[in-house]
Design a protein around this ligand. Structure first.
Ligand SMILES: Cc1cc2nc3c(=O)[nH]c(=O)nc-3n(C[C@H](O)[C@H](O)[C@H](O)COP(=O)(O)OP(=O)(O)OC[C@H]3O[C@@H](n4cnc5c(N)ncnc54)[C@H](O)[C@@H]3O)c2cc1C
Length: 162
């Protein structure tokens, strides 16, 4: 990215984005410097407001919630057309996901392990493994895929979501 290019907020965490914004602003304005506090003081996210554009991590967790929920409600016995549509959905999604590094990574993943669209269980398990691939890359703990329907469809066995 050149120093004049507007940083992509959905491609990085808020702090990195704020730092890049400042660099762009400084390079455009020359001597006019914004104080670090102006941008960084917002601290661990988007400040007090709730209605700000998403950064990479907010977009990520909201998107995973949608994808896992969609997989949870996929038919147990999908038609040929539903299988093809779901397969196309993931391929198209991977081209337009706004975090470009994430999207490129997903496109590679899809080539290696295409969506398993044979049933709800197969799709949810496949998506769980894809998500775990990202977790692993980011140094996060892997999720136990046996629990995926409790997490995204039925609620926990102990009744804590009832
Ligand atoms: C398709 C995609 C690709 C991404 N690629 C990248 C990338 O390359 N680099 C990057 O920095 N960020 C990437 N992200 C963002 C990243 O995965 C996280 O969303 C982000 O770091 C926020 O993490 P989080 O801790 O809020 O939990 P998230 O990983 O967003 O998870 C949200 C919730 O899902 C549940 N969960 C966790 N793992 C699984 C699983 N395997 N199966 C089912 N449920 C699970 C947990 O309850 C968790 O709280 C990507 C996001 C998406 C949607």
């Amino acid at each position: 990215m050149s120093s004049h290019e507007k940083p992509c907020r959905a491609c990085m965490d808020f702090r990195t984005w704020a730092k890049r914004q400042k660099e762009v602003y400084d390079s455009e304005k020359g001597t006019h410097k914004i104080q670090d506090q102006t941008l960084i003081a917002k601290g661990n996210g988007n400040g007090a407001r709730e209605d700000c554009p998403l950064d990479k991590d907010e977009l990520g967790s909201k998107t995973w919630a949608f994808l896992h929920t969609m997989a949870a409600y996929y038919p147990d016995k999908p038609s040929k057309e539903q299988k093809a549509d779901m397969n196309n959905f993931f391929h198209t999604f991977s081209k337009f996901y706004p975090c470009n590094i994430c999207a490129e990574d997903l496109q590679k993943q899809l080539k290696q392990t295409p969506p398993e669209t044979g049933s709800q269980d197969k799709l949810s398990q496949w998506l769980c493994r894809v998500h775990n691939g990202v977790n692993k890359k980011l140094g996060k703990p892997e999720f136990d895929c046996k629990l995926v329907n409790q997490r995204w469809k039925d609620g926990w066995m102990d009744g804590s979501c009832d």
